[in-house]
Write a protein that binds this ligand. Structure first.
Ligand SMILES: Nc1ncnc2c1ncn2[C@@H]1O[C@H](COP(=O)(O)OP(=O)(O)OP(=O)(O)O)[C@@H](O)[C@H]1O
Length: 366
């Protein structure tokens, strides 16, 4: 495993006690306010000395309390991407980028300025100062600066939280490229189920200082006990088939065809599509005469009743899982049980552009 984290630390009234390991790529820390994300990031960054812990990225040991290794923050070889870009206002973009590089040990300068500039599309910005950049452009420069420091691990602490929806949509593809084209592991804090679905190679869901679930985006977002009803979602692998003249795009999934509002990716591209559980309606009979374009049928594998009025019903469709958040009342009125065939109905417009990202999604382990 590329990233190994085990940490234990107690404040008065709160204990962080986590252990997880993750392969290369983006590991998203996902959890509600107060679940311990910042405490964990601070311990990895060296800003908090935990009671016990070990943090290893590839073969680089940042912390090992048992072996009495506790590198100071500036020696941990970390690249930071914060909520606000935190660029130096008096330096140009080029100087900001090179500042990151200045910290990289000479023999570790793997990413060249030219490649980073090309990857982030910031060539036209090099002579500007941060004051003349949009929020999205600042974040792209911040990503570049982090990369050029030749880090062993990148820490991204809610890097999109301060941006509006349009700017988020602009930046997300760059994080996808970072995940797919750069070998540095990334520990990424997020509150957003859509960001998790698009970016995560691995998700670590935190709850009250513990790991509530760890796995792929599909596994963790499908675990309502770990992420809560509002974040519950399915993540389907889909391939673009064609774009139609009425503004719809046709995709194919293991669950059948999916019709979505026009997306920009070329036919043949593999995408991951997040479907929020609360957008899915269920029917026992094959529905007819509906306006909704997407009707996927499968067998019920799981019914989780919540403490409130809600329930999460999961269908196996092909080798994918699709969850619907409906009421307990409907579960009862429809007589839903495991093993029954059921039809899931989804309006095309229920899938927003930010729910569709590039990159393969791992298969759900049985
Ligand atoms: N220095 C500290 N001293 C005492 N308690 C602390 C300290 N830092 C954090 N805590 C407590 O630890 C718990 C976890 O806080 P933390 O900031 O890690 O959560 P979080 O998941 O990052 O939340 P948010 O999403 O709001 O940033 C909280 O109950 C907080 O009050």
């Amino acid at each position: 495993m590329t990233l190994q984290v085990s940490l234990r630390h107690s404040f008065k009234g709160f204990t962080l006690d986590v252990a997880f390991s993750a392969p290369a790529g983006v590991t998203v820390l996902f959890g509600p306010s107060g679940s311990g994300k910042t405490t964990l990031i601070n311990a990895v960054a060296g800003l908090l000395r935990p009671d016990q812990g070990r943090v290893v990225a590839h073969d680089w040991v940042l912390l090992d309390t048992q072996a009495r290794r506790n590198l100071p923050p500036h020696k941990r070889r970390l690249g930071y991407i914060f909520q606000e870009g935190r660029l130096f206002p008096h330096l140009t973009v080029r100087q900001n980028l090179l500042y990151g590089r200045w910290f990289a040990p000479r023999d570790a300068r793997t990413e060249g300025l030219t490649r980073v500039v090309e990857m982030l599309g910031i060539g036209a910005l090099l002579d500007r100062r941060p004051g003349a950049l949009s929020g999205g452009e600042k974040q792209r420069v911040a990503i570049g600066r982090a990369l050029l420091a030749a880090p062993k691990l990148i820490l991204a602490d809610e890097p999109l939280a301060a941006l509006d929806e349009a700017r988020k949509a602009e930046i997300l593809p760059y994080f996808e490229r970072l995940r797919d084209e750069v070998s540095v592991p990334i520990l990424y804090v997020s509150h957003s189920s859509a960001e998790v679905a698009r970016l995560a190679t691995t998700v670590v869901a935190l709850k009250a200082g513990r790991v509530a679930a760890c796995g792929t985006a599909a596994q963790v977002l499908g675990d309502v006990a770990a992420v809560g009803a509002r974040a519950a979602a399915s993540v389907l692998s889909a391939r673009v088939v064609a774009h139609h003249s009425d503004g719809l795009s046709e995709l194919t999934t293991a669950a059948g065809s999916l019709w979505l509002p026009r997306i920009s990716d070329q036919p043949g591209t593999t995408l991951r599509v997040r479907i929020a559980a609360q957008e899915v309606i269920l029917s026992r009979d094959a529905p007819q005469g509906l306006s909704a374009l997407n009707i996927l049928s499968g067998l019920i594998t799981d019914i989780r009743l919540g403490n409130g009025p809600g329930a999460l019903v999961t269908l196996a469709i092909g080798d994918e899982r699709l969850s619907a958040r409906i009421t307990r009342r409907s579960v009862q009125a429809m007589g839903l049980e495991r093993g029954q065939r059921c039809h899931a109905i989804l309006k095309s417009v229920a899938v927003a552009p930010e729910d569709v990202g590039t990159g393969r999604q791992y298969k759900v382990a049985e």
